[in-house]
Design a protein around this ligand. Sequence first.
Ligand code: ZN
Length: 276
Amino acid sequence: MNSPTPDETIARAVTALKEADGLLVTAGAGMGVDSGLPDFRGNEGMWAAYPALGRARLDFTRIANPAAFLANPRLAWGFYGHRLKLYRETRPHEGFELLQRIAAPLAHGLFVFTSNVDGQFQKAGFPEARILECHGSIHHLQCLSSACPSGIWPAAGFAPIVDEAGCLLTNAFPLCPACGGIARPNILMFDDWDWLEDRTRQQRLRIDDWLARVRRPVVIEAGAGIAIPTVRHFGERVGGTFIRINPRDAQRPRQDALVLELGALDGIRRLAGRLL
Ligand SMILES: [Zn+2]
């Protein structure tokens, strides 16, 4: 069987979306790139965005690591504080709104499953109760001490000030309300045995309940990479029509999957253009 042309792919996707009763959006770092956010694939991009980490030869796996918070909390919070500020200031691109408009007529609306910790779906107006963040969220904190019972709390009260040249937090650390120790982001990092998954577990219950009610799901996967394939695997297993939007890793997971070899915003715009 020949691969369908891009036009045929769009036409099939649009037909499926017209017949669907629920839209599952599965999204990875590629979804944020079109809002101007960096993704951390490869040292080059990472060290261009954070030159101080390049000088120290610290790659993503070593700075996104609880050990970095224990060894050098000013540096680790320099990296995460800068990102927290960046995500707060970023305006989500038009694709976020288009996805909400695509899902608006569907009986069960939409649900989002994302590995992004940036909170951009919430910022774009998606309801908190319709988002699963499988790697946690930078907008929430937990205690750096694994023995502390403080749980998870919002990062809203913490406004980081970062010396960008040195990648160092220059104001006070966010502190744990229970023990007064240094807090860390409630994000699943590398070599991380202490990440608190209570929020994600609640989100998982909600998505399972939603999926049990949807009879004709369509999955739109946008910008989900292959390095950590959690997002790709979740969407591929849902059933219904599967649409992959990816400019680089555009493999077809099964014969009837629809693949658009495009950036996230581009692909969503193509779908919306024919549907709305
Ligand atoms: Zn504590």
